[in-house]
Each structure stands twice: as structure tokens, then as C-alpha cells.
Design a protein around this ligand. Structure first.
Ligand code: SF4
Length: 456
């Protein structure tokens, strides 16, 4: 009911549903859950409901603060490495993973209204254009339940020359997915497991529709990468990794990048973080099954997420966390050593940092020390129209800007020797600094976060 209170005035007639007269209800056909919803009731996701015999969406334009990130945050390594993206999350989800890394926004009953923002499609496009960002990313909770807003905004993005990235658990029916394929350029699919029982017991979803959706995307021209969160005690066996890798090789091809990603304990699942040994073992198995490009996510060390030439083995792209460098690609995207075409779809390697702003005195500062568990952070604007930020680390200086539209950006540890970063603004109380516990994690300012980590 919470979403009705928040956005009743902005609700829209939803797409993909029909009336079931016998049951005196509407049936939602957006996700394979196919909720049967009586008048006055909401579906499982908590953001779509029956209003006098019609299915309405209550979260049109309702999201969390837009964030500037890099494309690697979304487990996308083979599409313009290092490019800046505008990440957009909404609320609700068609699944309910016990280990959900973003449960404070995906599970509507836990929503804090103060964390919500209201956007129009035009505002999103303006934000991307004004901040010179070439990719918008539908991400965090899951974009499936934001379908109407995603479609309207993505169509505008296409006509503005902005690429569209869709990061999802892909629990969606074929018809809405077909519509998405027309406007999305990049799909990053989070496959939870190849075990149907794990899906049923721990995600409240089903495996088959997810695999069907992956096959549907693979037949299109969209860029596709697959990731799997390795959850301690749930899908971390050698057999789990083998099944995922084998299915990918046999059904969509050995060239599709596969990311094994470390998890952190969250929501209703409290087993320890994924040990590095489990991720390294999963990578070895995936390679032995024939996966050509297997990467580890949320692992801050050398040589777990580099891209090498398939022909001569030379290093093409070097990565550490979310930091990316061109290590061996020619301007025309070939291996500098042997001339083989690279597997990367487009190269750019722009610096994330901007120019030094004129006349700003960065005389307030705070240090943030990286730890074994905290290697990324969000800087969140707390007040003011424009906040300029100077970052000092490893002998280098970087400049960033937050403004009325974009109130968050992500910073990550950029090398193994880097122990801390120093953050400067005109007034440090203008920002909050919050640890990001894994790269897809969207921390919100509420009681579930250790407030001792905030600057204010
Ligand atoms: S999108 Fe929401 S209402 Fe529709 S079937 Fe899925 S969970 Fe149910």
C-alpha cells in the first residue's frame, strides 16, 4: 500500500495485463509471476496494483538519486571500457532474494520515503546531456518493474544518441522483453544459479523464464554479458560454476563475458562474504569449460578482471576494481601485438575526472581509508546547487562535480598500493560519504547503514 500513498497522483495505466472476469481480477503479464490482483490490491512487487478493474503502475518516474558511475559497475567489460554512465534505480522488485544486496529499495515494505526522487523522461535525458554522459543504465533494484518509465525514457535516449544499458535478473515475459530489445543496447543479466531449487527457495523466482530471456537477447543484436553473484553456501560449489559456464558455452557462445561477483551478507542471508578462493575456483572451472572471458567482481587485486587477446595472449585492457586502462589496444580496436580484432565493442578510455574549477577554495577535507570490505564509496550531495569535489590519491588530483540533477557519484580504490583517499570540498558538510559494499550496491541513508562511516 505504501506506493499508493507515495504516488497515487502519478499512477499510470500499466502495460501487459488482462482482465479475468471469472476471478474478478486483473492478471499482470509483465513478469512470469503473473500476479492475479483483485480491486484495491497490489501485486507481489508492491508497485503495480488493480484500480477499479485496471492494472496501474504506481512507480512511474519514482526512483532513487541518479548516480554517476563507470560501465564496469554494471558487470559490463566489453562495451566502451571506462565510459561514464548515469545509473538509475527505482523501487520494488518482481523477485525477493533472501540475499538481496539492495533490499532497502527493492522490497517496498522497507522503503524510506526520504530516499525517493521523482523524475520525468525528459529530465533524465537532460541530466545525461548536460553532464556529457553517453550511457544511461537501468539498474540497482530491478528495472523490470519500472517498465513503462524505462520504455518512454529509453526511446528518448535513442533519439538523443544516448546508449541504454539494462542490468537485470531478467524475470520478465517474452513480449515486454521483445519491446525492450528494440531500445536497449546493452543487457547485463544477473543469473542467480543454474539450480531451479535455489531460484525457488531463495529468490521466489524460477530459472526457466530467465534462461528463455537470455536466449531471446542472444538472438538479437544487443550486447550481452552475464554475471553471477556467488553467495556463500548457496551457489558456491564447483558444480554450480560448471553448470553456468557449460550452459553459456553450449547455448549462447564462449565469447559472452561471464562475471563471478563476490557477495556481502544482506537482508535475510547472513553467511560470510564470498571468499576469494571460491571466486578463483569458479573462474578456473569456467575457463576449463571453454569460457573465453571470465572476470571477478568486487575483488580489489591485480589480474582478476583484465582482458587478454584471444590469439596471442597479450594484455589488452587492464582493470583494478572500477579503474580501467588501455594496455594493448590500437586506435582501431585491435591487439597492438598481433593485430587480432579485440573482443571489446568500442573503445574510448576517457578520464572520469573533470577540469579544475575556477575560483573554488577546497579548504575543507576528510580522508576515507579503504578496508578489506570497503573499497568503493558514494559521495552524496546534501545541500547546495553545485558541489565541487577534489580528490587526492596516489600523488594525483581529480576533480568532480555534483549538481541539482546528479547528487551521487561513485569512487573506488584504484590500485593495490592505495590505502586511502582525501576528499576536499568548500564545506565538507555539503556531502555525505557512504561505503558501497559491492559494486551493484546502492546504499541509502537510513538506519541499516553504519552511520559512523558518514561524514555528516
Ligand atoms: S510485475 Fe509485479 S504485479 Fe506484475 S506479475 Fe510481476 S510481481 Fe506481479
Amino acid at each position: 500500500m505504501l506506493m499508493r500513498e507515495i504516488n497515487n497522483g502519478n499512477r499510470r495505466i500499466a502495460k501487459y495485463w488482462y482482465k479475468d472476469k471469472q476471478k474478478n481480477a486483473v492478471v499482470c503479464k509483465l513478469s512470469p509471476r503473473n500476479c492475479v490482483i483483485k480491486d484495491g490490491q497490489m501485486g507481489f512487487c508492491g508497485v503495480r496494483g488493480n484500480v477499479i478493474g485496471e492494472l496501474n503502475t504506481f512507480n512511474y518516474g519514482v526512483g532513487v538519486e541518479a548516480t554517476i558511475e563507470t560501465i564496469e559497475t554494471e558487470a559490463v567489460y566489453h562495451f566502451y571500457p571506462g565510459t561514464r554512465i548515469l545509473s538509475l534505480g527505482n523501487v520494488g522488485c518482481m523477485m525477493s532474494c533472501k540475499f538481496c544486496q539492495n533490499w532497502t529499495t527493492s522490497q517496498v515494505k522497507h522503503l524510506n520515503k526520504n530516499n525517493l526522487r521523482f523524475y520525468t523522461p525528459e529530465e533524465i535525458i537532460d541530466m545525461a546531456v548536460e553532464n556529457n554522459i553517453g550511457v544511461i543504465s537501468w539498474t540497482y533494484n530491478d528495472p523490470v518493474v519500472w517498465h513503462e518509465f524505462v520504455m518512454d525514457t529509453s526511446k528518448l535516449a535513442k533519439s538523443a544518441g544516448i546508449k541504454v544499458l539494462y542490468k537485470t535478473a531478467l524475470y520478465i515475459e517474452p513480449e515486454p522483453l521483445a519491446e525492450l530489445i528494440e531500445v536497449v543496447d546493452i543487457f547485463s543479466v544477473s543469473l542467480k544459479s543454474m539450480n531451479p531449487d535455489m531460484y525457488r527457495k531463495f529468490t521466489k523466482g524460477r530459472l526457466d523464464p530467465v534462461l528463455r530471456g537470455i536466449l531471446q537477447i542472444a538472438k538479437s543484436n544487443c550486447h550481452l554479458e552475464i554475471s553471477q553473484l556467488i553467495v556463500t553456501g548457496l551457489n558456491d560449489s564447483k558444480e554450480d560454476a560448471r553448470k553456468s559456464a557449460r550452459w553459456i558455452v553450449e547455448n549462447i557462445g564462449d565469447h559472452i563475458p561471464l562475471h563471478f561477483v563476490g557477495y556481502h551478507p544482506a537482508y535475510k542471508y547472513n553467511k560470510p562474504r564470498t571468499p576469494l578462493s571460491a571466486l578463483l575456483s569458479a573462474r578456473d572451472i569456467a575457463k576449463s569449460e571453454g569460457i573465453k572471458y571470465c572476470y571477478l567482481g568486487n575483488v580489489y587485486r591485480d589480474d582478476v578482471s583484465n582482458t587478454y587477446c584471444d590469439k596471442c595472449g597479450s594484455l589488452l585492457v587492464q582493470r583494478f576494481g572500477l579503474t580501467v586502462k588501455n594496455a594493448g589496444l590500437s586506435e582501431d580496436n585491435k591487439c597492438l601485438k598481433c593485430g587480432e580484432n579485440s573482443p571489446i565493442n568500442g573503445i574510448e578510455f576517457k578520464s572520469q575526472s573533470g577540469l579544475k574549477p575556477e575560483g573554488i577554495l577546497f579548504n575543507d577535507e576528510k580522508s576515507f581509508e579503504w578496508s578489506s570490505e570497503e573499497n568503493s564509496l558514494h559521495i552524496i550531495q546534501q545541500r547546495g546547487d553545485i558541489i565541487y569535489i577534489k580528490v587526492e590519491r596516489g600523488g594525483g588530483i581529480e576533480y568532480y562535480e555534483l549538481n541539482k540533477g546528479i547528487e551521487r557519484l561513485i569512487l573506488s580504490k584504484s590500485g593495490k598500493e592505495e590505502k586511502f583517499i582525501k576528499i576536499y570540498t568548500e564545506n565538507i558538510d555539503d556531502i555525505a560519504i557512504v561505503p558501497v559494499l559491492d559494486r551493484a550496491h546502492y546504499p541509502v541513508l537510513n538506519d541499516s547503514i553504519d552511520k559512523s562511516k558518514y561524514i555528516n
